[in-house]
Design a protein around this ligand. Structure first.
Ligand code: MN
Length: 228
């Protein structure tokens, strides 16, 4: 079998302590998973009903790389989030079994064209142009679970130009990681290579060309980069 055109490259992330890379299949994101962020967006949290959207796998930008300022927006926002990488998958996964499917953890930015998102919300349109654009998913190197997992007291932090923008502990998440995996697997068959962006706390704000960002999941992962 041969392809009629060159096959697209497999997007991938580096792994701490390994020369192997993590191949990215899909990127699933949860919205409104911290009550303080839902409030700042004028929304409310539905504890029974997680809200999901997706980004393409090739939206990943690796640690240290420049992120080009996207076109079609004047309001590029940062959302710092814990990222979960799956080594296993399935459908209708029970929360108790979800932890065993996790390959490792990282930290990422769910970059958002906030102006286009506001327009989409007002018109009842989908969020793709606001969320799923090229280079919209900078992600750190992944820390395999054998090297340690984040806990409820682990802090998620974002500095922009050395100034604190966002900070929260993971216990503030409305839906924890097992609950997210269980809910997602009722909607999609999850597979090895999937990444989950697990929601952002309050403090989302604009990024400008030239801004340097430093996202950290305490003791687990660091992501640094620059808006070019
Ligand atoms: Mn988000």
């Amino acid at each position: 079998m041969s392809y009629a055109i060159a096959a697209p490259a497999v997007p991938s992330l580096p792994i701490l302590g390994s020369d192997a890379r993590f191949p990215v299949r899909r990127i699933f994101c949860i919205g409104r998973n911290f009550a303080d962020h839902a409030r700042e967006m004028g929304a409310t949290v539905d504890p029974g009903q997680p809200m999901f959207f997706c980004k393409p796998a090739d939206a990943v930008v690796t640690d240290g790389a420049d992120v080009p300022y996207p076109g079609a927006t004047a309001e590029l926002h940062h959302e710092v989030e814990m990222v979960v990488a799956l080594a296993g998958g399935g459908r209708d996964i029970a929360p108790e079994l979800a932890g065993a499917l996790i390959f490792g953890y990282g930290v990422g930015l769910d970059l958002t064209r906030r102006d286009l998102q506001a327009q989409a919300k007002a018109k009842g349109h989908p969020w793709d142009v606001a969320k799923a654009f090229d280079h919209s998913a900078p992600v750190s190197a992944l820390r395999p679970v054998e090297q340690g997992r984040p806990g409820p007291q682990t802090q998620l932090t974002l500095l922009v130009n050395d100034v604190l923008r966002q900070q929260a502990t993971l216990e503030a998440m409305v839906h924890d990681v097992p609950a997210i995996i269980a809910a997602l697997s009722k909607l999609f068959e999850l597979k090895p290579g999937d990444l989950l962006f697990t929601g952002t706390p309050a403090g989302v704000a604009a990024l400008q060309r030239g801004d340097r960002f430093r996202a950290e999941l305490e003791g687990v992962a660091v992501l640094e980069g620059r808006i070019a």
